[in-house]
Design a binder for this molecule. Structure first.
Ligand SMILES: NC(=O)c1ccc[n+]([C@@H]2O[C@H](COP(=O)([O-])OP(=O)(O)OC[C@H]3O[C@@H](n4cnc5c(N)ncnc54)[C@H](O)[C@@H]3O)[C@@H](O)[C@H]2O)c1
Length: 255
């Protein structure tokens, strides 16, 4: 199969649903061999099976170092390299300062920041075997806004952005051909946003029969809008794009 990701080996976390699932579909369609990693084994396995022989499910909790070791060992055995790591898995909690307890704060940081850190650390030896390695970290346009009910989440996405830029420079200084970029999506209709909107605005983006009209009114995007940015950053087309904040939000953070 040919395509923009022909023969490239990708690992996408949080690939069972939402943006990760759309990215897995699109990357396989573009010729990649994709490892879909998620804690939701039922949804992840079903999706991987539906995508054919170039899609493989990995049961992986991004906070568990042992899961990362096992995933990288499996990819090393089969391919000896990894071309792109997409740190997409995340956990969202709706809580402001008064409602935030340390345990939930720490869990959000563990999944959204430490999960990506572990991924970068564990996958680095495999990425070094790629001619054009790429790490894509899923940050958020919430890093540019003040959103009181998303305290822990926005802080985690800002930390991930900082990690992205620092690693991009670090790897370039080391002479590695591994780029590190962040995508900052606006609001995208996924299970995460559906949960958030139900709680915050009472809008049901999952079952409302006029969902497409609602999305247009609210300037909400589709998971595929972000999947296209992932394809670009995971491919060699973006060879000179490094350390960037790739905002994909239909200008909603501008006004
Ligand atoms: N949907 C949006 O509006 C939006 C906006 C900005 C940024 N983002 C970011 O995009 C990414 C994907 O978001 P989404 O909306 O598709 O989310 P989602 O909640 O719909 O899907 C997230 C996936 O991550 C998995 N996951 C959760 N914890 C995990 C863990 N510990 N280990 C492995 N997998 C885990 C879930 O099982 C799920 O399949 C996230 O990083 C999110 O912060 C989303």
């Amino acid at each position: 199969m040919t395509g923009r990701l022909h023969d490239r080996i990708l690992l996408i976390t949080g690939a069972a649903k939402g943006i990760g699932a759309a990215a897995a579909r699109m990357c396989v369609a573009e010729g990649a061999i994709v490892y879909l990693a998620d804690i939701d084994a039922a949804a992840g396995q079903t999706l991987a099976q539906s995508l054919g022989e170039n899609a493989h499910f990995l049961s992986l909790d991004v906070t568990a170092a042992a899961d990362w070791d096992a995933a990288c060992a499996a990819i090393a055995d089969r391919h000896g390299r990894l071309d792109a790591l997409v740190n997409n898995a995340a956990h969202m909690v709706i809580a402001d300062l008064a409602q935030t307890d340390l345990e939930s704060w720490r869990h959000v940081q563990a999944v959204n920041v430490e999960g990506a850190l572990l991924g970068c650390q564990t996958c680095l030896p495999l990425l070094k075997h790629s001619d054009h390695g790429s790490i894509v970290n899923m940050s958020s346009t919430t890093t540019r806004l003040g959103l009181p009910p998303m305290l822990a989440y926005t802080a985690s996405k800002a930390a991930l952005l900082s990690l992205t830029k620092t690693l991009a420079v670090d790897f370039r200084y080391q002479g590695l051909t591994i780029r590190v970029n962040a995508i900052l999506p606006g609001r995208i209709n996924t299970p995460m946003l559906q949960m958030t909107e139900r709680l915050m605005s009472g809008v049901d983006l999952e079952t409302d029969p006029k969902v497409e009209e609602l999305m247009a009114e609210m300037h909400i995007g589709h998971p595929e809008d972000i999947a296209r940015a992932i394809v670009y950053l995971a491919s060699t087309e973006s060879a000179y794009v490094n350390g960037t904040e790739f905002v994909v939000d239909n200008a909603t953070t501008l006004g």
